[in-house]
Write a protein that binds this ligand. Structure first.
Ligand SMILES: Nc1ncnc2c1ncn2[C@@H]1O[C@H](COP(=O)(O)OP(=O)(O)OP(=O)(O)O)[C@@H](O)[C@H]1O
Length: 228
């Protein structure tokens, strides 16, 4: 279990205040909520990119090396697509097999682009590469902050399949921030709704996305059609 107790962070006028959040491991979690509700701030705190004012985060025996976060506008190393994929393996002193790198390039729909300068990729392609770069070293916990927002629908489905494939073989813990609710509904086993810096509700996709009585969540959902 990844546990958070009384986590607080003030940034300007914004106050994050997560009293108690427990995330079951080897499960796919979604974090949803309106713009500015604190989703990115929460996962930046959880991954150590931001320092909390107060609070306890207990991730058991997991260390920073087991955790990865991908951003909506991912940073690309000033190098080739291929070398962007070898980097996470190098820093973790893992074996680099050309075959594995090429497999990931193919798998995420970047075939033929291995020698391309990564910063010259399109925004959707950069998101695909950043996800491949995050997954290639088989992390225990993966935080995805709207990293599929610029992908075309086929690519979103491709990554959904990659995620399901990983879960069937060597399950990881996923925390996915997204406004793509159909995608969240399909993927996640547990959904957490954020409002004004706090977790307003947690539950199954059906409880949160289909059958909630909460007026704030209903208002948020009223803009969406959740389906295939
Ligand atoms: N460096 C900063 N300085 C001032 N305010 C900030 C800073 N970083 C975040 N905030 C504010 O904190 C609030 C929460 O931001 P956050 O990015 O966590 O929201 P979010 O739920 O991820 O939103 P979105 O759905 O738009 O991505 C916002 O109101 C934002 O303007």
């Amino acid at each position: 279990m990844l546990k958070i107790i009384k986590l607080e962070k003030k940034i300007g006028d914004f106050q994050l205040n997560v009293k108690d959040l427990s995330l079951e491991e080897k499960t796919i979690h979604g974090i949803i909520g309106n713009n500015g509700s604190g989703k990115s701030t929460l996962i930046k705190l959880m991954t150590g990119l931001l320092k909390p004012d107060t609070g306890v985060m207990d991730f058991g025996t997991l260390t920073k090396r087991d955790i990865v976060i991908t951003a909506p506008r991912p940073y690309m190393l000033h190098d080739t697509v291929y070398n962007n994929l070898t980097y996470p393996l190098k820093i973790r002193k893992q074996v680099i097999k050309k075959e594995t790198i090429m497999e990931w390039i193919d798998r995420c729909g970047l075939s033929g682009k291995e020698k391309q300068y990564a910063p010259s990729l399109s925004s959707g392609e950069r998101q695909k590469l950043s996800l491949a770069r995050a997954l290639i070293f088989e992390p225990e916990v993966i935080f995805i902050d709207e990293t599929m927002a610029n992908m075309d629908p086929d690519s979103v489905v491709l990554f959904e399949q990659i995620i399901f494939d990983i879960q069937s073989k060597k399950p990881a813990t996923w925390i996915i921030v997204s406004h793509q609710l159909t995608h969240i509904y399909k993927l996640c086993q547990c959904i957490h709704f954020m409002d004004a810096g706090s977790i307003l509700a947690s539950g199954t996709p059906d409880e949160i996305l289909l059958h909630t009585d909460n007026p704030v969540i209903r208002q948020y959902l009223s803009k969406y059609t959740i389906g295939n």
